[in-house]
Design a protein around this ligand. Structure first.
Ligand SMILES: Nc1ncnc2c1ncn2[C@@H]1O[C@H](COP(=O)(O)OP(=O)(O)OP(=O)(O)O)[C@@H](O)[C@H]1O
Length: 291
């Protein structure tokens, strides 16, 4: 299996923020979701994948190649959907498209037109008259039109209504279907990832907390609930322990749990991605760090 993105012993910094010892790779042919709380470094990581930030140490490889020798070639194989505005607002979609298309020898105008139609975007419309959702759709249509092997997006679904979001997710799923394309995107909407991601990169506390399949992450913890009086906080390394009206609730690494560890009145549930983010972040404030 090809590694579309690989970080080897990388350190990157942006201002006084630093990510150190980044060692991970993204598999080709899948959707990888990048999650983590505000300020965790998701945008910093994406910018370093795009070579907009150069690593202080280590190596970043795209498609097994280094930006040092193959920048132009690598960039042509990536479709990038920005979170922020980077278009010329006074241009129409058609005019802006011409500029973008000129950068990509593989530009496929039929694909672009097909997405414009599907998204209901009129070519004559000025960029400044597009809503946020329409801008995202235009950016996605442009990114897909040069048929990139890797599509990278920084929070593409933020600020979009559920219908738009669902539509984008189904386009992404269709995009990777033939096994030769890959998608990497950051989001705070973890239900989107529960729906379509195969792999998860989880950033938090200034480092990469997890890189693996979504199932692996979801199955590495359980959510334990029970009466406060029976809480054995000293026996188990609970994370993000909280009291509710009904008792306590906390995340526990599955390695501490077997079939009969918690019997009634305890309840053991599968956590959601949100549970894992919220509880493991709290764990850092209240107690020992995650292993
Ligand atoms: N140019 C810069 N100068 C100073 N600090 C910076 C700079 N760029 C980023 N940072 C800091 O780096 C940290 C990580 O920011 P980053 O945007 O990568 O996080 P994020 O996970 O994308 O956050 P969010 O979910 O809020 O978008 C933040 O604390 C931010 O303030």
């Amino acid at each position: 299996m090809m590694r579309v993105v690989e970080f080897r012993q990388c350190s990157v910094s942006s201002g006084d923020f630093a990510l150190r010892e980044l060692n991970f790779h993204v598999e080709s042919g899948y959707i990888t979701g990048l999650i983590g709380p505000n300020g965790a470094g998701k945008t910093t990581l994406i910018r370093s994948i795009m070579n907009m930030i150069r690593p202080k140490a280590g190596e970043v490889l795209l498609f097994g190649q280094s930006y040092r020798e193959h920048e132009r070639e690598i960039k042509r194989r990536i479709g990038f959907v920005y979170d922020e505005d980077f278009y010329y607002n006074h241009l129409s979609i058609r005019e802006m498209k011409k500029i973008i298309a000129s950068f990509y020898p593989t530009w496929n105008d039929a694909v672009f037109q097909q997405h414009l139609q599907q998204f209901g975007l009129p070519e004559r419309k000025k960029i400044r008259d597009l809503s946020k959702g329409m801008k995202t759709k235009f950016a996605l249509a442009a990114a897909l039109a040069h048929e990139p092997e890797l599509l990278i997006m920084d929070e593409p679904t933020s600020g979009l209504d559920p219908v738009f979001r669902r539509e984008i997710l189904s386009i992404l799923s269709a995009y990777i279907r033939d096994g030769s394309k890959s998608v990497l995107f950051s989001t705070h909407i973890s239900t989107d990832l529960e729906r379509i991601a195969d792999y998860i990169l989880y950033m938090g506390r200034g480092r990469l907390q997890f890189c693996g399949t979504k199932e692996e992450l979801l199955e590495s913890y359980v959510l334990v609930k029970g009466p406060l009086a029976l809480l054995q906080a000293d026996r188990f390394p609970f994370q993000g322990l909280r009291q509710t009206a009904l008792g306590f609730e906390a995340l526990l690494s599955k390695q501490y749990v077997s079939a009969d560890t918690f019997e009634s009145p305890f309840i053991v549930e599968k956590p959601s991605l949100d549970d894992i983010i919220v509880y493991t972040q709290e764990g850092s404030r209240n107690g020992p760090a995650a292993s």
